[in-house]
Design a protein around this ligand. Structure first.
Ligand code: UDP
Length: 237
């Protein structure tokens, strides 16, 4: 049996992670690739909770700028996360990996309601759990939902997937000499307003001692190597 750095993780994927390069909102090849990474992790014995965003489809705050009521926009955004969750569930299931979508909004004909104790039971039985509909409340983000669920399910580590190596002093795509931070504290991330997660999500993790790894999960096998002890990405704690 491979030695793992922890047994239970919460992985946060943004909706944009599912997008195709040409702008399609859900790219089957990308979803399938993510699904097989998740299955491999689960095969290794890692219990996986997943929070998926909805930004590839809709963000409430952006729609509010066009005149749409903010709460309605956020409800649309939360439903967008359910669409993404179903796509991922389907791809994971096709690989023979048991998986459940649990929604913070009640949509019983489509998926299970989020019930904490049931979610933990699923994880203990080796089922991947995809937490959909964010926190179920408007004015929050799926980053906050990820922090909340990570704490609720007693995850030992939260992993925030990014397109870059980890946390930088500035956007490395725009600033050539942006500095990479392999380690930092929540206070540093908050004080320097580093672009990691929104403040609510960071404060929740800080106050509940939830360590977070920010890393590029699109590098094949990276999460797997992290689980086996390799120092990958940035660690915030
Ligand atoms: N949302 C919400 N409450 C939540 C989580 C999400 O109202 O607890 C809405 C909000 O409108 C948000 C959208 O769902 O813009 C999609 O989530 P997010 O922007 O976090 O997705 P990501 O950027 O991770 O793809």
């Amino acid at each position: 049996m491979t030695k793992l750095i922890c047994q239970r993780i919460l992985l946060k994927l943004s909706g944009e992670a599912l997008m195709s390069e040409t702008g399609g909102s859900i790219d089957a090849t990308i979803v399938n690739r993510l699904a097989s990474e998740i299955k491999e992790l689960s095969d290794l014995g890692v219990q996986i909770g997943l929070v998926i965003g909805g930004g590839n489809i809709l963000r409430g705050a952006e729609r509010a700028d066009t005149g749409l009521d903010r709460v309605t926009g956020d409800q649309m955004g939360m439903l967008a996360t359910v669409i993404n969750a179903l796509a991922l569930q389907d791809a994971i299931e096709h690989l023979g990996q048991p998986v459940r979508v649990m929604s913070a909004l009640k949509i019983n004909q489509v998926c299970e309601d989020y019930i904490r104790r049931r979610a933990i039971r699923h994880l203990e039985k080796g089922r991947v759990v995809i937490f959909a509909a964010g926190t179920g409340n408007p004015f929050f983000t799926t980053d906050s939902a990820a922090s909340l669920r990570a704490i609720e399910i007693n995850a030992e580590l939260m992993i925030k997937a990014t397109k870059v190596k980890g946390v930088y002093s500035a956007d490395p795509a725009k600033v050539k000499d942006a500095v990479f931070y392999p380690r930092l504290s929540y206070d540093e991330a908050l004080d320097q307003r580093l672009n990691v997660m929104d403040t609510t999500a960071l404060v929740l993790c800080k106050e509940n001692n939830m360590p977070m790894r920010v890393m590029n999960i699109f590098e094949q096998g990276a999460v797997m190597r992290l689980m086996q002890g390799e120092d990958i990405g940035s660690l915030i704690q």
